[in-house]
Design a binder for this molecule. Structure first.
Ligand code: ADP
Length: 409
């Protein structure tokens, strides 16, 4: 089955066309036929990029004023570059949806009721859900016969127990406004946990894992017997680890103090915490880990400080989740930084030998952007690098939901 995976933002659409079915999933041979995106939608300088491997990326700049035109152009480009002979070959669409609230704990076919449910979650995910929904409306218009499936970033974390998802606030805020930890990056954590078990031939019950997703956004999850029992992101993707531009955990009183000192509005404060904090805020120069590492190597103290804060926060969470799990079998690094940076991995795991976490320097240095083990031979806890593939999992979920096959992950 050819499945179009869509991730729709305010002025962009990212897409992948993935071929998958039961046999391909079993044999791990499902594959990305094409990928690409449209950026700067709403302008006369929108860029459309399509890659149909092994051909190089084709890029064009044109006027694309709305998302429907963007999707129509993307599908036309898929035809032009022979990824599909005709639009009718696309048999389902899988949408990445940020927030599913407490209502969605698994992927679902989008019908009127689900659409309404996603609308109700807009309050919880105001920056993403409206655009994710827009992707659905547009795809439904362009491909009316095709089933559309929503795969939620929050769904995997819905197995967290109340003691992990409740904040120390009056309980009425949970009842009235659904204020609680939801967690994000669920598809990524679920994918790497699934790959870990597949690599070591383990059943879900046989592996307790800590999965660390380090990209521009960063989060860490404790997975017990296949189920999420805790995760670092909260009501929004703001909580937890220090990220590219987000602050992560912070004393809530510090926020009130800054607001009062600098007379900031709610909007100013949200921008400060989301866009000007984290690695960018501490270093004062960049949110990009590669740039910071290059600067630190040249003696830039502020860049080094940002990296130190970043790694220390992850280490603390690894300790906390070791305690939450009681017994840990594996630690998995993923995301742009987790997959590509041996230095960040080793700094993060420094001094964790007592917890059973060790890194083999040669194995670690040899692994950039590739899957493999970085702990020494025979370690009690296997430390792994596993490149994430959220789109693949969205395609697999979409296939299963459309065919009514229960999800084994
Ligand atoms: P997103 O969360 O937007 O998907 P990515 O997962 O692509 O982001 O991660 C982006 C981050 O990964 C950036 O901070 C980038 O500098 C970092 N990164 C990519 N390659 C390396 C590398 N070789 N060493 C260190 N950091 C890297």
């Amino acid at each position: 089955m050819k499945i179009l995976v869509l991730n729709c933002g305010s002025s962009s659409i990212k897409f992948q066309l993935i071929e998958t079915d039961s046999e391909l999933i079993e044999s791990n041979t499902d594959r990305c036929i094409a990928k690409g995106g449209v950026e700067r939608i709403g302008t006369d300088e929108a860029t459309l990029k399509v890659t149909v491997p092994p051909s190089p990326t084709k890029s064009s700049t044109e006027e694309i004023l709305d998302h429907q035109t963007a999707l129509t152009r993307a599908i036309a480009a898929l035809k032009e570059h022979h990824a599909v002979a005709d639009i009718s070959q696309i048999q389902a669409v899988g949408h990445r949806v940020l927030h599913g609230g407490e209502r969605f704990s698994a992927p679902v076919i989008i019908d009127e009721e689900v659409e309404h449910g996603i609308q109700q979650c807009i309050e919880l995910g105001p920056l993403h859900n409206p655009h994710n929904l827009r992707g659905y409306y547009v795809a439904r218009k362009v491909m009316p016969q095709v089933p559309q499936v929503a795969v939620f970033d929050t769904a995997f974390h819905q197995t967290m127990p109340p003691h992990a998802y409740l904040y120390g606030l009056p309980y009425s805020y949970y009842r009235r406004y659904h204020i609680r930890r939801y967690g994000f990056h669920g598809t990524s954590h679920r994918y790497v946990a699934f790959r870990y078990r597949q690599i070591f031939h383990k059943a879900r019950e046989e592996a307790n894992l800590i999965t660390v997703h380090l990209g521009n956004g960063c989060s860490i999850t404790a997975i017990q017997k296949g189920l999420c029992i805790d995760t670092s992101m909260g009501l929004t993707p703001q909580e937890g680890l220090v990220m590219g531009t987000r602050c992560g955990d912070i004393d809530s009183a510090a926020v009130l103090y800054i607001m009062s000192k600098d007379e900031l509005t709610l909007h100013d404060t949200s921008v400060l915490l989301n866009k000007f904090s984290g690695l960018y805020g501490i270093s004062g120069e960049s949110n990009d880990m590669r740039e910071l590492m290059a600067a630190a190597a040249k003696g830039d103290e502020q860049a080094k400080l940002a990296i130190d804060v970043f790694c220390y926060r992850i280490k603390k969470y690894i300790g906390a989740y070791s305690a939450a799990l009681g017994h840990v079998d594996g630690l998995v690094f993923t995301g742009g930084i987790g997959e590509n940076s041996p230095d960040i991995r080793s700094q993060t795991c420094e001094g964790l030998t007592e917890l059973g976490i060790q890194i083999d320097p040669a194995r670690n240095a040899a692994l950039a952007g590739k899957e493999g083990e970085i702990s020494p031979e025979g370690s009690r806890i296997r430390v792994m690098v596993i490149p994430t593939n959220e789109e693949l999992l969205i395609a697999r979920d979409t296939f299963r939901v459309v065919r009514g096959i229960p999800n084994p992950h």
